[in-house]
Design a protein around this ligand. Sequence first.
Ligand code: ADP
Ligand code: SF4
Length: 692
Amino acid sequence: MSRNPRYDILFEPVTIGPVTAPNRFYQTPHAIGTGHQMPHTRAAMREVRAEGGWGVVNTGYCSIHPSSDDAPLPYSRLWDDEDIKVHALMVDAVHRHGALAGVELWHGGGGSANRLTRVTPMSASGISSNSTYPGWISLTSSRPMSRQDIREFRGWYVDAAKRARSAGFDVVYIYAGMGYGPYQFLLPWMNKRTDEYGGCLDNRVRLMREILEDVKEAVGQSCAIAVRFSTNELLDVPGETLESEAHEIVSMLADLPDLWDVKSADWSVETASARFSEEGAQEPWNSFVKPLTSKPVVGVGRFTSPDYMVSQIKRGILDLIGAARPSIADPFLPKKIDEGREDEIRECIGCNICVSSYHDGVPLRCTQNPTMGEEWRRNWHPERIPPGDPEQSILIVGAGPAGLECARALGQRGFTVTLAEAGRELGGRVTIESKLPGLATWARVRDYRTNLIQTMANVDVYRGSELSAQDVLDSGCNHAVIATGAKWSAEILGTNGYPMGGFEGGGVFTPDEILAGAEPEGPVVIYDFDHYYMGSCLAELLCKRGLAVTIVTPANAVSAWTFMSNELVRIRERMLDLDIATVFEQYATGFSKGSLTLASIFRSHDVGSIDCGSLVVVGIKTANDRLFRELNSNPDRIANAGISTVRSIGDCRAPGTIAHAVYAGHECARTIDTGDSLGRFALERPLISFKS
Ligand code: ADP
Ligand code: SF4
């Protein structure tokens, strides 16, 4: 297939200072959870993006000096010459595919706690940022930088830039955003200096300008110098000559950098999940930049639609289409557009499981792309997969995310596949959950897979086919894969925090029942100890049906786990907007005659109650594994039926996120014929060096 000429504009080269990007697809700097310790994993994760057609591929944040240490979060570093070769591995991998490699030089200033290095953090005026936000509290504040510190600070950038050039990078970033180093000098509320680096905007911009000039002089002949600048906070600060200080800063530095990379100051806004933002939501704080500079501008916006990308270019918002999440979900997005295969794009669903992996300090996981993070360790490629034996037939029972991914990947391998689904609709939980407020994009997990499956002659799909153990035995398959999912139970927690018996009787509902259309009587209490999205999504759903809703939870926040997916604050805002009441740090201990009894999680004798018409329990999911257990109860029967293996995958094996289910489906498809569910599992090993 050939490219739709409508998208030609996306494949135009873009000059960035002394280098040229082969097209407009730009993987912006983003953390991938490998830090400095996993160079092979990192190189492979970046390489696959270059192979997939991204014209520029960047590192995540790369510290220039031990005074900028974000441990235990995984960052990379260029602290001395020994650090160069770790980066060269990635640069060479990216260059193999004709893409440019960029490095995001980062100094956190007062925004890095230096937990590992124990260097006293430094900032413009020693003012701590985010000190009221528990996730960011560190037990030390920063010290104000002296003029000597500033001289050294500038020198660290130059040293790191030279190392970056030695590693082979084509683009060198100066990170002036998100509360970090040079950005703190720009902010009037962080910079209270009375010397030439503080006060008027000219003075606050001075350090930025000096670093840019220094780095340009040092490496600007061969490397493009990019600025990553957070705009939205300063857009709210009125300027003296222009509309805002953000406008003024961009116009003051306009053509000094070779590239402007513009973004929000708040990561939870920039990476807002699909529940809280649309594609292209950053446009209001990106669009003012291009008219103020002749240099190319890049920005993100969870862009997955090529038409939307074209419109960003044609309307003069951006020159380069920046992406983190869309490039994670589909490293081959540009290639697919180039080859006229838009239908095959694995669109990011905006769930932010990837963000949570970074917070977990592990290589990225992605709901849509099960190979992400496994490229080097398990030798998994997002598009290629070893061929299988077409003579081998595989029966998959259940077409949720696990069964669909398994069928798609087995079909791609060339096996003879039968997928049986009890319901009329495919997609299992994603079809159901995508009807919850804000989760429509989650149906992409189903659509990507069903689109491909329907083109595969070797995959037969049967809807409305609830299979029994006997059906499986009679099927004549060589392998059976049971992907029958899980269901929510009404079991609750005891006052010791462990699950105990559930509530019986009328007025008690599970999420499955609500999602199947049950109409609880109001007022409704949602007792949430799942702590992810379901409790707050149901609250929103029921509230929009006109019911009064209260969320009761043993946690101290609504959807407490969503701190990990950068959604916690947005969810709380939404609950407040909808007048959804909350009761925190309470166990539910009993429910009868419209009264829910509660006990404090701290002092179980501290009891209370809430009157309500109905109770929705959101906590435990139990595996739908009856079919799997029944089959396995008689191994001889399986053998006599000619079935070599029976495996369970996804929620039926162990209930979890959709990402777990997709991963399980993919893993099963890759290993169905080897019988080895782990396979290659390469380990990164620390290099032992001797102290000089
Ligand atoms: P997962 O997330 O693990 O993919 P889901 O709950 O999303 O699990 O999907 C499981 C699917 O399995 C559902 O669509 C359900 O209708 C289907 N299913 C359950 N039992 C059977 C069965 N015996 N035969 C066919 N399909 C089944
Ligand atoms: Fe997109 Fe979710 Fe994958 Fe992140 S984990 S890239 S948000 S689909």
